[in-house]
Design a protein around this ligand. Structure first.
Ligand SMILES: *Cc1c(COP(=O)(O)O)cnc(C)c1O
Length: 475
């Protein structure tokens, strides 16, 4: 087998944004190789100060608009308990999506008022725990409302509830969602169950909630304005809305260069139409559908490059103007509501990396270089068709620098088991024992889809302490 012979190839770089702590960790081979020896490959490394900075910078945006605010970290984006604990220490909150997410937060000593349940399916067991500890629940449908009301009555417990909203109309179209109540239904519910002498005693209405699919600024702003109108109608019923929670979906930016991002897209479209060289494994279309000579849709990938992201994204939502020229922030301030968000991914920005070891190199039947990593695809996976960031290659021995191209493959016994679908350029031929670092994986990538197929163990989660310069294990 001849590994070094490669025909000339074209490759498209997607250089990630890399924060200082990651650079520092990557400069210490011994720290990483020791951790891999101790815990196996791959490992997930987390950095709590990055999380805190992200959270505090969102707060500063709300503060600058003079809005009462509280940030609830959507912990489904990452499993380790250190992030909820850090949010609690700042007296912010955690949005939980399952019984175990909630139970673990409670066991960690996080107060009920800093917790929220938004789970898509709320089992009796989950509702019982929420009732027992008086944790606020976001109601999504009538069955949930009746179940919670019944259980609260039986236990003679009272808890705060939010109503989840959907069906916002933007540019004449209803935003589709499987979640929540329509604005009209929510109004009826407030009227019939949360106002006047017939108001329920066990369920205390505290506010409205929504979480929109996608990453549109105008859609979020319009939904906020429509919720504000609903809040005003409720005032007419004598019901005060204390809190308006507009969920997550704040865009982040993963990549350094807009140019690389657009070049990659142009090339991938050409290649899908067979007008250019393959840049993904077996010319994977990344979700683009082709009909005759045209591409019908954009690739189904996260928009990894964004000019307007993080704090600027939030600022633009709040600065959006209604038809009369009043900003969303001014409308919300006038209502005297506490404004909340539930960011997942955006609080995880730069808060984690995944490191794996090279196990083998080989050629496939088409002559492509395959670099086998001691990890599997579910350990670097989100709903995006591919993770479009170049990994960092850390050679563990001195070899001649010569760029080679190939694919990173993993441990599941599937032909489709690619860690990255994109062809990657390596600055030198990867050697057995070399490390690959995947940057910015804490949000969804490392945990959301990880599975134990083949009875592989889940990756060990570690926390990096910059001051002590060490790694410790965590759950
Ligand atoms: C997933 C989710 C979030 C977090 O979304 P991000 O895009 O990660 O910010 C917030 N709220 C609800 C209800 C969710 O389902």
């Amino acid at each position: 087998m001849e590994l070094n012979k490669q025909e000339s190839f074209k490759f498209y770089q997607l250089k990630p944004v890399v924060s200082d702590w990651i650079k520092k960790v990557c400069s210490q081979d011994l720290l990483l190789t020791t951790a891999l020896e101790n815990y196996g490959s791959p490992i997930n490394i987390h950095h709590v100060p990055s999380f805190k900075n992200n959270l505090l910078s969102f707060k500063s945006i709300f503060d600058s608009f003079g809005l009462k605010n509280k940030i609830y970290f959507a912990r489904k984006a990452n499993k380790i308990i250190a992030f909820p604990e850090a949010a609690f220490r700042l007296n912010e909150g955690i949005d939980t999506a399952s019984y175990r997410e909630l139970a673990q937060c409670l066991e960690a000593g996080i107060h009920s008022k800093n917790l929220l349940v938004t789970a898509a399916v709320k089992t009796k067991k989950l509702l019982a725990l929420a009732l027992d500890k008086e944790v606020a629940v976001v109601l999504d449908n009538w069955d949930e409302f009746h179940a919670l009301q019944q259980m609260a009555f039986e236990r003679n417990k009272s808890i705060p509830v939010f109503l989840r909203l959907s069906g916002f109309v933007v540019e004449g179209k209803t935003l589709h969602s499987r979640f929540g109540f329509s604005l009209e239904e929510a109004f009826e519910m407030v009227k019939n169950h949360f106002s006047g002498p017939s108001a329920l005693v066990h369920l205390k209405f505290v506010g409205f909630h929504f979480h929109l699919n996608g990453y549109s600024i105008p859609e979020r702003a319009e939904a906020l304005l429509q919720t504000a109108a609903l809040i005003k109608r409720c005032i007419g019923l004598g019901v005060k809305t204390q809190i308006l929670d507009f969920g997550g979906g704040i865009l982040i930016n993963y990549l350094k260069s807009e140019k690389q991002w657009s070049k990659f897209h142009k090339a991938s479209k050409k290649s899908v139409l067979n007008q250019g060289p393959e840049i993904t494994y077996q010319n994977d279309s990344l979700g683009m559908a082709v009909y005759q000579d045209s591409i019908l849709n954009e690739p189904l990938v996260y928009p990894y490059y964004n000019e307007v992201h993080s704090c600027d994204f939030l600022k633009e939502v709040l600065s959006y103007k209604d038809a009369s020229g009043t900003t969303v922030a001014a409308v919300l301030k006038d209502l005297d509501v506490e404004v909340r968000i539930e960011p997942g991914r955006s609080l995880m920005d730069q808060a984690g990396i995944t490191v794996a070891r090279v196990c083998f190199r080989k050629m496939d039947t088409a002559g492509n270089l395959m670099v086998g990593l001691e990890m599997n695809r579910t350990q670097l996976r989100s709903s995006s068709a591919d993770f479009l960031l170049d990994p960092i290659h850390l050679p563990q021995s001195k070899v001649e620098e010569e760029t080679v191209a190939g694919f990173l493959v993993g441990g599941y016994c599937l032909e489709s088991e690619l860690i990255l679908k994109r062809k990657i350029a390596f600055k030198s031929m990867p050697q057995i024992g070399d490390l690959f670092v995947f940057v910015n994986t804490a949000g969804y990538m490392m945990h959301f889809y990880e599975s134990e197929a083949h009875m592989f163990e889940l990756a060990q989660n570690l926390i990096y302490d910059s001051r002590k310069n060490n790694l410790t294990t965590t759950v």
